[in-house]
Design a protein around this ligand. Structure first.
Ligand code: ASP
Length: 317
C-alpha cells in the first residue's frame, strides 16, 4: 500500500482508510463537522481552495459522490472540471496516465477518481507531480474512503460515541467497497462489535473482515444492534446467474419495519444508496424515523470539503 501522507505527516492522497491513524480520521471528522449545516439552511462557502483546480474522473456511474465532490470543491472556491468518461479519450485508447498528464498541463491539482478496476488510483497517485493529490471516489469492491468517513460522521452525530456500539453491516458485503471502508474506519475509531450479515454467496472471503462475527440470518444478526448499515446488491460485480431473486432476497434479507424491531429501539438505519426499495430495504423503513440516509448524503458534502481542504492546506504556502 502506498504512503498517503506527505513526509511532514499531512494528508496528500486519500486512497483507503486502511491503516489510517485514528487521530487523522478524527481530525477529518472534526473538520467535516464545521461544514455541516441543517438541510434548508445556506451551505458554507469559503475561499480556501481559491486558485485550485479539481478534476472529477468517473468511469463508473455515480450520483451522490460525483455531485458532492463537485459541490464540495465549488463551495471551497475551486475551479472544477468533470470528465464524462464515455466522451473522454480513454475510450479512444488514450491511457489513463496520458489523460492525467493532459489535465496536469491544464493546472489540475486534485484528481478525484472512481474506477471499476483496482490499482488505477495508486498508479495515478504514483505518477502525478509532487504538488498534486489523488482522492478515491470508489475503487472496484475495495475502497470508498470518503463514504467510510461520512458513515462514521453520521454514526457519531446520531450516537455521540463509537465505544461500545454494535454495528451490523447487511447484504452484499462481498462486493461492497462501502462495507470495507466502513469496517476500516469503525474498527480504528473503536467500535466494539461489527457484525457481517449476508447470505452465504454474498459473504466476503474468509480472512477478510477479521474480528467480525458472521451471520446468515438477518433477524439474529441485527438483534440488539445500535446501527444497521444496509448495502445494495452489486449486480454489476456479479455473474448473471449469481444475482439473487429479488422477492426471495427481500423475504430473507430485506429490512422491514417488523425486522427492524429486533434492533435497539433507538437503532439507526443507514444505506449508501442507490437503494433498491423492496429488495434490500422496505420503503417505510428507508423513509422512516430511524433512517439517517439523508444525513449520510448531507454529510458526504461536508466530508469531501474536509478532505479537499486538508490535502490543499497540507501543501503549505
Ligand atoms: N454508491 C456506493 C458505491 O459507489 C454504493 C453502491 O453503489 O451501492 O459504492
Amino acid at each position: 500500500m502506498m504512503e498517503q501522507n506527505r513526509p511532514n505527516g499531512t494528508l496528500r492522497h486519500l486512497l483507503t482508510l486502511e491503516g489510517m491513524p485514528k487521530t487523522q480520521i478524527e481530525a477529518l471528522l472534526t473538520r467535516a463537522r464545521k461544514f455541516v449545516r441543517p438541510i434548508g439552511e445556506a451551505p458554507v462557502h469559503t475561499h480556501s481552495l481559491a486558485g485550485i483546480t479539481v478534476a472529477n474522473l468517473f468511469t463508473e456511474p455515480s450520483t451522490r459522490t460525483r455531485v458532492s465532490f463537485e459541490l464540495a470543491a465549488k463551495r471551497l472556491g475551486a475551479d472544477v472540471v468533470n470528465l464524462e468518461v464515455q466522451l473522454s479519450s480513454r475510450v479512444k485508447g488514450e491511457s489513463m496516465l496520458d489523460t492525467i498528464y493532459t489535465l496536469e498541463a491544464c493546472h489540475v491539482d486534485v484528481f478525484v477518481i472512481r474506477d471499476a478496476e483496482t490499482g488505477v488510483h495508486e498508479l495515478v497517485a504514483s505518477h502525478v507531480k509532487p504538488h498534486a493529490s489523488v482522492l478515491s471516489a470508489g475503487e472496484a469492491h475495495v475502497a470508498h474512503p470518503t463514504q467510510g468517513l461520512l458513515d462514521a460522521l453520521t454514526i457519531l452525530q446520531a450516537k455521540d460515541r463509537f465505544d461500545g456500539l454494535k454495528v451490523a453491516i447487511v447484504g452484499d458485503v462481498r462486493h461492497s467497497r462501502v462495507a470495507r471502508s466502513a469496517w476500516h474506519a469503525l474498527t480504528t475509531l473503536g467500535v466494539a462489535e461489527i457484525r457481517i450479515v449476508a447470505p452465504r454467496a454474498l459473504m466476503p472471503p474468509a480472512g477478510e473482515f477479521a474480528g467480525c462475527e458472521r451471520f446468515n440470518s438477518l433477524d439474529t444478526g441485527i438483534t440488539g444492534v445500535d446501527v444497521i448499515m444496509m448495502l445494495r446488491i452489486q449486480k454489476e460485480r456479479m455473474e448473471t446467474a449469481a444475482i439473487p431473486d429479488a422477492d426471495r432476497y427481500f423475504q430473507k434479507f430485506g429490512l422491514s419495519a417488523e425486522r427492524l424491531a429486533k434492533a435497539k429501539p433507538d437503532a439507526i438505519v443507514m444505506h449508501p444508496q442507490p437503494m433498491n426499495r423492496g429488495i434490500e430495504i422496505a420503503s417505510d423503513v428507508a423513509d422512516g424515523p430511524q433512517s439517517v440516509i439523508k444525513d449520510q448524503v448531507r454529510n458526504g458534502v461536508a466530508v469531501r470539503m474536509a478532505v479537499l481542504e486538508a490535502v490543499i492546506e497540507g501543501r503549505g504556502p
